[in-house]
Design a protein around this ligand. Structure first.
Ligand code: HEM
Ligand SMILES: CC(C)=CCC/C(C)=C/CC/C(C)=C/COP(=O)(O)OP(=O)(O)O
Length: 316
């Protein structure tokens, strides 16, 4: 597959509407809009794939709350990490390390939109969805950012849980209860996160090493990270197919999940068995990282397509 190798631009300096006043642009950038677009998309797919129905206004409210909560957590992450971000090429131009924004403003903005997201979700949608949203904000802003990230190379394995909640939140917004299907959606993102992030960490390794963040390639070395990427990609094959295997979807999702995850696995293999020299361009790693994003968009889109076809009575 011909993919343009991913160059790891910082999402904060990209896709921020240039017509906004400068300060607004910085607040918008603080929500990590590009990363959060996939978070919001998986939340929306969880909502659309759930059985039952939700009034469109409430459905829109639920997605808005996931967006606000994720953006708020991202702002708190950058408030806490302003000094670390200043030391990395990829993140030095963010609003705080560049000095364009005051730290207290970033903190207050993060707290305000996080709290608003949970309150609106609880009052407008349901309190179980609000509780899981609150947990995911706390998970990203505190458990991952403050506790795990500076301490252990397993930071993103355990911390990856934070980013896996949105489809569960979307689902619970509709059903008001947790069942096996949304737990499987959680597990898919949980298993996807290590290869997604470590593929990138392999080519921005020196950045993390310079600021003392114990990411896997820095602490355990490249060879071990590469083997672990492959292990998670292998585990992802049955886990991504599980919604079909338990009868929660038709063969349409089943076939799509197998095709996509086997492609993901195929791109992980060259990454797993490579040794690189100093001037390596890291093409296989960049390709895997780029595909990881396409993969998750496509997998969740396939889930929704499957459910729409089933609701129309076109497939069983
Ligand atoms: C602990 C878990 C994760 C870590 C440490 C992580 C880290 C990163 C990093 C460092 C980047 C590079 C670009 C940037 O600086 O923004 C990135 C890009 C990206 N991540 Fe993740 N990620 C994680 C989980 C997730 C999750 C759960 C999603 C969505 C479901 C996601 C979606 C994306 C997307 C869409 C991009 C591309 C952004 C762009 O095009 O600039 N990530 N991730
Ligand atoms: C609903 C809700 C709260 C969702 C949270 C979604 C979530 C946890 C996404 C994680 C993705 C992310 C921006 C990781 C960046 O890691 P980093 O912050 O270590 O990256 P950096 O080095 O770019 O700062």
């Amino acid at each position: 597959m011909a993919l343009t190798p991913y160059m790891a631009p910082d999402s904060m300096t990209q896709t921020v509407p240039t017509q906004l006043p400068a300060e607004w642009r910085d607040f918008f950038a603080l929500t990590k809009p590009r990363v959060m677009s996939l978070v919001i998309f998986t939340g929306l797919c969880g909502l659309l794939a759930a059985p039952g129905s939700i009034h469109p206004v409430l459905g829109f409210t639920a997605i808005l709350c996931i967006a606000l909560g994720a953006g708020g957590a991202a702002a708190l992450n950058q408030w806490w990490e302003a000094d670390i971000d200043a030391g990395m090429k990829r993140t030095a131009a963010r609003p705080l390390p560049s000095g364009r924004m005051n730290r207290t403003d970033a903190r207050d903005f993060g707290v305000l939109i996080s709290a608003a997201s949970v309150m609106i979700m609880g009052l407008g949608v349901n309190w179980l969805a609000a509780a899981i949203l609150a947990l995911s904000i706390f998970y990203y802003a505190v458990i991952y950012t403050v506790w795990l990230k500076p301490r252990t190379p397993q930071n993103i394995v355990i911390g990856g849980g934070a980013g896996a909640f949105p489809p569960l939140i979307g689902w619970v917004a509709v059903t008001g209860e947790i069942s096996l299907m949304p737990v499987l959606l959680f597990l898919i993102i949980f298993m996807w996160t290590p290869p997604h992030f470590w593929a990138l960490a392999l080519f921005v390794k020196t950045d993390y090493a310079n600021v003392g963040i114990p990411m896997m390639p820095v602490v355990r070395g490249e060879a071990s990270t590469r083997r672990q990427i492959l292990a998670y990609a292998v585990l992802l094959v049955p886990i991504a197919a599980a919604p079909w295997l338990i009868g929660g979807t038709s063969y349409v999702y089943g076939v799509a999940s197998l095709a996509l995850t086997l492609a993901f696995l195929a791109l992980s293999v060259p990454v797993a068995f490579r040794q690189t020299g100093v001037n390596d361009t890291m093409k296989p790693e960049k390709r895997l990282f780029a595909f990881s994003i396409i993969y998750l968009f496509a997998l969740f889109a396939a889930l929704v397509a499957d459910r729409v076809l089933a609701n129309q009575g076109w497939i069983a």
